[in-house]
Design a protein around this ligand. Structure first.
Ligand code: KG4
Ligand code: ZN
Length: 348
């Protein structure tokens, strides 16, 4: 069995994990920086990068101690090399390079999105390629066909905001604070999802993509009108997001879903996949299409280092290691051949 040290630092979570190629999670540690960013209502890149500098080294030492291991026991060091806030990515990647060089172990530069995309296979040994993946996080909202490690075909993306971004902005509008997704979900539980008329952008549209900017503006107008209770706005917003995700997946499923064998499993990953209403709606959708449904446990949906360690293990098994001079990348699409969606330049 190969043992991989995984390091994650692309946003506001510093994380380290030791993962076995047999799917054993030997250690995983996570240190959020929420208190440092809360006064600003969102992540401040420079604060995040400095916090990673302080947190990562002791965190990695703690993870090794948890597993009762030293660097000598590790077969490779895997770190997020992008996409993300570049300062933080550089801190994690440089740390990994230093450890790899000092211990004489190979380095694996992991695409953070590949970490999310493969994380369901860490949780579920029976999940085989190909699968249809809804990748929903704070920065991304994509439908991908996953044919293997490093083999991704993007079928849809957002032309403006990501779903997680819409949750975070809604939380801000409703004064729920940061991080927003879990707070909106909790408040939505006590509200009436039919109380506030909100748009479902691109619903039924012939193009496959997502759009959430209009929904966010409608939430702002509803909140400013003073006519609605915050819990009703939260519930109605969440219902609108669910409708959009389901509609776009229906569209992807009715299309050819790319070339090759039809995927038999619908998989959801990324921070927004922690949302209970979204998970149940997707499970029902998969059942309607006679597909299996896999969603990683909640802790594995939001950013963590276990998924980076696991993506590292998958790559290591295929002999995919990287040189020590590899650069950190602020943008790094999983499917570089995908056409830019209308208006999507920045986030695609
Ligand atoms: O994957 P992730 O941890 O970080 C990125 O790579 O972006 O995703 C974070 C996003 C945030 O926008 C957060 O509000 C959202 O995931 N999120 C949720 C929930 N938990 C986290 N959104 C809706 N419901 C949740 N329970
Ligand atoms: Zn993420």
């Amino acid at each position: 069995m190969a043992i991989i040290l995984g390091i994650e630092s692309s946003c506001d979570e510093s994380a380290a994990a030791l993962i076995g190629s047999d799917r054993s999670i030997l250690a995983h540690r996570l240190a959020g920086q929420e208190d440092a960013h809360r006064p600003y209502g969102g992540v401040v890149p420079e604060i995040a990068a400095r916090a990673h500098v302080q947190i990562l080294t002791p965190l990695i030492a703690a993870a090794l101690k948890d597993a009762g291991m030293t660097l000598d026991d590790v077969d490779a060091v895997a770190a997020t090399a992008g996409p993300g806030l570049i300062g933080g990515v550089m801190v994690g990647l440089v740390t990994a390079k230093a450890l790899a060089m000092a211990a004489g172990k190979p380095l694996i530069a992991v695409n953070h999105l590949e970490g999310h995309a493969l994380s369901p296979r860490l949780a579920d040994a029976s999940l085989e390629f190909p699968y249809l993946l809804l990748l929903v996080s704070g920065g991304h909202c994509q439908i991908l066909r996953v044919d293997g490690v490093g083999q991704y075909r993007r079928l849809a993306t957002t032309i403006d905001d990501a779903a997680g971004e819409a949750f975070d902005k809604t939380a801000k509008i409703l004064g729920l604070g940061y991080p927003g997704g879990p707070k909106v979900e909790a408040l939505a539980k006590t509200g009436d999802a039919k109380a506030v008329p909100l748009p479902r952008p691109l619903l039924g549209s012939a193009e496959p993509h997502f759009s959430f900017a209009g929904l966010k503006s409608a939430v702002l107008r509803a909140a400013q009108s003073g006519n609605y209770r915050p819990e009703d706005i939260a519930a109605s917003f969440q219902a609108a997001v669910v409708d959009c995700l389901v509609d776009r997946l229906e569209k992807a499923l009715s299309a050819s879903v790319g070339e090759g064998t039809k995927p038999r499993t619908l998989v959801v990953a990324g921070g927004v996949a922690a949302n209970g209403a979204i998970r149940s709606a997707l499970e029902a959708l998969a059942a309607r299409h006679d597909m299996g449904f896999v969603a990683p446990p909640l802790w594995l949906c939001t950013d963590n280092a276990a998924m980076i360690g696991w993506a590292g293990a998958e790559r290591f098994a295929l002999g995919l290691t990287d040189p020590l001079d590899i650069a950190a990348r602020p943008r790094w699409p999983l499917d570089p051949l995908a056409e830019t969606a209308r208006g999507a330049g920045v986030k695609a």
